[in-house]
Design a protein around this ligand. Structure first.
Ligand code: GLU
Length: 498
């Protein structure tokens, strides 16, 4: 590509960073970085009623956490600021273009009240017509229309500005993802509002002015914006501007239900922050999201942001719906954790502190021991760091209750013999004993007593850990603190074997 690539991510600060928005941001970023272009962040905050406190901050923090950076934004403005639409509006950036369209007769002032609009819609519904705005100045000359304006103003009504849709036209573009698309102007529901009564431009208008003034070359966004594109093309055309290239990325669907992923779908975590809180790795999130609606050549599935940047090819954006498969995300995260467990270790230890299994101070002084505990407990199998808490809780920090089944193992004839032999062997072994030493001791008991399998292993495991299953026992014994194990054994003996 030879032209200057400038793309943007333009969130409305109405919520936290959703997986779908994160995907839009990531692909625009990849597009920019792959072609040495620029990636811009613009905040589309014109719908002030829907904005939430810290919406912008949290979106940007989450993007940064994913590893993205940006060339221009509200915090690092470039030559095309400001980068918040509310500020652009306050500076009067949109007004001249509204005035231009009014002057050219391509837009008009509309004073219909919400009651009138509702009544029109009802009548259309009753007549089984698609909802469609009815132009109120049909057949009037410019002067007559101006006279109407004055009449409405005298009644104290405030206008919105509507764009006069050229109904006979068909808007067509070659979508980067979906190929050739044509939408008839008739399908969009008639003249639409470009400026609200409070003077704020609407999304479909402001986005055009901004994309033009900010020299945006390509617009990659979600499938849900396809129907906005003809509206935006009308404005580009009316103002005599070049239209950027559009690409509408495949819908993300819930892998289990096959339905569009919806924010109301409470069974699926959909906000980047939620995954961050559970201890997902940012690289894994980027890896997973980067495969939603895009696929590389070959079978590999583990990629870093750098690898994606190198491989990026807009022609491999897929038309087919992208399945949001949480199991796959878990798998990818597991792969990333395994890649560099030592790097994840501080985060894993922090989880134990957060869960009150250990004090922050002990977490510092017992770091090596905690690292061993985490490894022996089977950290390689977990999907995200928060899971470490339940993995190590027992028996490293708490003991389970002894069940009736456990009592049976302990108090059987064989159980008693094994317990006695194990108590002796364990007590005799030094604190520095290795997993091999413990294994040898257990084998020794096996050959002396001629007891094997569960009847051998269970009494030992129960006596030392209150469990009948778990990680490799000799390895666990290396990390379990000897005085605690001795106390546990003494307790078991007193309660069940006295
Ligand atoms: N503010 C719009 C959104 O959040 C941006 C759409 C666009 O990229 O044009 O969906």
């Amino acid at each position: 590509m030879t032209e200057d690539i400038r793309v943007r991510y333009a969130p409305s600060p109405t919520g936290h960073l959703h997986i779908g928005n994160a995907r839009t941001a990531i692909f625009n970023w990849l597009f920019a970085r792959h072609y040495n272009g620029q990636f811009i962040i613009r905040i589309e905050d014109t719908d002030s009623a829907r904005n939430i406190a810290d919406g912008e901050k949290s979106q940007l923090e989450n993007l940064a956490w994913l590893g993205l950076d940006w060339d221009e934004s509200p915090e690092n403005p470039g030559a095309y600021g400001p980068y918040r639409q509310s500020e652009r509006n306050a500076q009067g950036i949109y007004q001249p273009f509204i005035d231009e369209l009014l002057a050219k007769g391509l837009a008009y002032k509309s004073y219909k009240t919400s009651e009138q609009l509702a009544a029109e819609r009802e009548a259309q519904q009753a007549a089984k017509q698609a909802p469609h705005y009815v132009y109120e100045y049909e057949g009037l000359t410019d002067e007559e229309r101006e006279a109407k304006y004055a009449e409405f103003e005298a009644q104290g009504l405030k206008p919105v500005i509507r764009f006069r849709v050229p109904e006979e036209k068909v808007y067509a573009w070659d979508d980067i993802v979906k190929g050739h698309i044509e939408i008839g102007a008739k399908e969009i529901g008639g003249d639409w509002v470009i400026q609200k009564a409070d003077g704020m431009p609407t999304y479909n208008f402001a986005v055009v002015v901004d994309d033009h003034l900010m020299k945006i070359s390509h617009v990659l966004r979600g499938d849900d914006h396809v129907s906005n594109t003809p509206k935006q093309m009308m404005i580009f055309e009316a103002l005599g501007w070049d239209v950027p290239k559009f690409g509408h990325m495949a819908l993300i669907i819930n892998g289990e239900t096959g339905k569009k992923l919806s924010k109301r779908d409470e069974n699926v975590l959909q906000f980047v922050e939620q995954y961050k809180d559970l201890g997902y790795q940012p690289q894994a999130m980027v890896n997973f999201i980067g495969l939603l609606g895009w696929s590389p050549k070959g079978e590999d599935e583990i990629f870093s942001l750098e690898e994606f940047t190198q491989m990026f090819d807009e022609n491999r954006l897929s038309k087919a719906n992208a399945k949001f498969d949480q199991k796959k995300l878990e798998w990818i995260n597991n792969q990333w954790m395994r890649r560099d467990l030592d790097q994840v270790m501080p985060q894993l230890i922090q989880e134990l502190v957060n869960a009150d299994l250990i004090s922050a101070e002990d977490a510092e002084t017992k770091r090596d021991w905690l690292t061993q505990v985490i490894k022996v407990a089977g950290v390689e199998g977990i999907s995200y760091t928060r899971e470490i808490v339940d993995l190590v809780r027992r028996p490293f920090f708490e003991l389970s209750d002894i069940t009736d089944e456990m009592v049976d193992y302990l108090t059987s004839d064989e159980g008693r013999q094994v317990f006695a032999a194990w108590e002796k062997a364990y007590t005799a072994l030094p604190e520095s004993a290795t997993a091999e030493d413990y294994m040898a001791a257990i084998r020794e008991i096996q050959s002396t007593l001629e007891i094997k399998g569960r009847n051998l292993w269970n009494p030992i495991r129960i006596a030392t850990t209150h469990e009948v299953q778990g990680p490799n026992l000799p390895e666990m014994l290396v990390v379990l603190e000897k005085d605690k194990v001795l106390a546990t054994m003494a307790d078991v003996k007193a309660k069940y074997l006295a």
